[in-house]
Ligand binder design. Structure first.
Ligand SMILES: CC(C)(COP(=O)(O)OP(=O)(O)OC[C@H]1O[C@@H](n2cnc3c(N)ncnc32)[C@H](O)[C@@H]1OP(=O)(O)O)[C@@H](O)C(=O)NCCC(=O)NCCS
Length: 166
């Protein structure tokens, strides 16, 4: 069975994505941000209520990624009012990395941008997330700016803003 990427439409699947998100975040951000900040950000951005609100009230779409029928990743996007699509999330479980799945996920994001009539995709990525930055650069994103964002709880996000022109 090939990789399948599909829009998340129903609550039971979103609940599974929330569980996967917590697992991935507690693995991939160790050494980049503190455990406390990981817990805080998972609750604030990737809990089931947070994601439900993003979809219902903030214009986000989530896409789940299945490999051999197994949920192993997710991505989320939000159209801006201008010509940009915001790539908000791109996460793949560790054992599924390095297999070309990320490129398929990004292709789906670019397809969504085209469907929505957008000409640019942008994202924020932690400045110390070297692998993700390298992946984005390989695909054709370039660093456009930096941003330090106060997310409450005494935490900040220290990011590059990267942009891809379709
Ligand atoms: C970011 C993430 C989804 C990328 O998935 P991945 O499986 O690790 O990516 P891949 O290894 O398939 O790499 C994707 C492409 O970048 C290339 N690449 C990877 N590392 C590279 C490097 N250091 N230098 C240059 N190119 C690189 C790969 O060759 C591949 O290109 P190809 O498809 O043309 O062969 C995954 O690493 C992940 O989930 N990380 C943890 C969560 C995270 O940090 N998300 C981003 C938050 S902003």
């Amino acid at each position: 069975m090939a990789v399948e990427i599909k829009r998340v439409k129903y609550m039971p699947e979103l609940r599974q994505v929330a569980e996967l998100a917590s697992e991935i975040w507690h693995e991939c951000f160790v050494g980049i941000i503190s455990e406390g900040q990981i817990d805080y950000m998972v609750e604030k951005f990737q809990s089931l209520p947070a994601m439900t609100d993003q979809i219902d009230r903030q214009g986000y779409s989530y896409f789940s990624v299945y490999d051999e029928g197994e949920l192993c990743g997710y991505t989320a996007v939000k159209p801006e009012k201008d010509d940009r699509l915001f790539l908000s999330k791109l996460y793949l479980r560790k054992d599924k990395r390095g297999r070309g799945i990320a490129s398929q996920m990004l292709e789906r994001v670019f397809e969504e941008a085209r469907i929505l009539g957008k000409s640019r995709v942008y994202l924020t990525v932690n400045k110390h997330n070297d692998h993700a930055v390298a992946v984005y650069e390989k695909v054709g994103f370039t660093k456009a700016d930096v941003a330090v964002t106060d997310i409450g709880g005494g935490y900040v996000m220290d990011d590059f803003i990267m942009e891809y022109v379709l």
